[in-house]
Design a protein around this ligand. Structure first.
Ligand code: SAM
Length: 239
């Protein structure tokens, strides 16, 4: 398996690179469903980079506690700085998400059944422009691993690039996304070269798409997924 990409050298520049290329549109995409997240209490924020979504979520929801996972220490430091006084509600985890185990399911199922303490489940997962750092198989494994650590009411917000049908897809989105992958491959060592099929991976793990909005002629999408009840079939992919 390839090592995770190294985004640390980009941590301070990242925001400016984004504004220069996409203006405010990526941030609009990240925050599209923010108002639907005000009831969440325990969030898992994966690969949030310099933490612009995390900071907005903390401001919008004064009760939320966040576990933020990223393989870059500089990105996690930037995320914590950006949260300011709200940083006490964040726990950071420096880890490659492909191997990270959600904290709520560290105990064995037997230990859980006999424990008096209730198992705390996450009720929100956020991945903004992060699943595109993984292959389809890695997204599928991640979704199956996270699913038992999520409450039935849990939401998963996703922001991603997409290739819309028609000329916008073939003439704009496809070359643009290829260019982004080449650039990040050179700058961070990212080995992935194509968008994963994250929708099929999430569906296979039992998630249901509730809402989808797109911007820039369908090149940027915001999605809201629901975990729903845990069926035995949705954990079948777990090792
Ligand atoms: C493309 S940036 C996206 C940052 C931010 N979410 C945004 O919306 O711009 C990807 C982030 O995910 C982190 N990352 C990439 N691969 C990872 C992995 N396998 N495990 C954990 N973090 C990873 C990077 O360090 C970086 O902070």
């Amino acid at each position: 398996m390839n090592p995770p990409p190294n985004f640390s050298p980009l941590a301070r520049l990242y925001r400016w690179m984004e504004y220069f290329t996409f203006g405010p549109f990526l941030q609009f995409t990240r925050t599209a469903f923010l108002r639907r997240l005000t009831r969440s209490r325990r969030a898992l924020v994966l690969g949030d980079g310099d933490g612009r979504f995390t900071a907005r979520l903390l401001r919008a929801n004064s009760a939320i506690q966040i576990d933020a996972v990223d393989s870059s220490s500089s990105m996690l430091a930037a995320l914590t700085r950006r949260a300011g006084p709200q940083a006490s509600r964040i726990r950071t985890h420096l880890a490659d998400i492909r191997f990270w185990q959600p904290l709520g399911i560290l105990e064995s199922p037997g230990a859980r059944a006999h424990s008096a303490a209730p198992l705390v489940l996450y009720d929100l997962v956020a991945t903004h422009f992060f699943l595109d750092c993984l292959s389809t198989a890695e997204v599928a494994a991640l979704a199956a691993r996270l699913r038992p650590a999520l409450a039935p009411s849990a939401l998963w917000v996703v922001s991603e690039f997409a290739i819309p049908p028609g000329w916008q897809g073939s003439l704009i989105a496809r070359p643009l996304i290829k260019c982004l992958y080449l650039s990040f491959g050179l700058l961070t060592g990212l080995a992935v070269r194509a968008l994963p099929g994250h929708s099929s991976a999430l569906r296979a793990a039992g998630f249901t798409l509730l809402n989808r909005r797109s911007r820039l002629a369908g090149i940027l999408v915001s999605e809201l997924w629901s975990a729903g009840p845990l069926h035995p079939a949705s954990t079948a992919a777990e090792p």
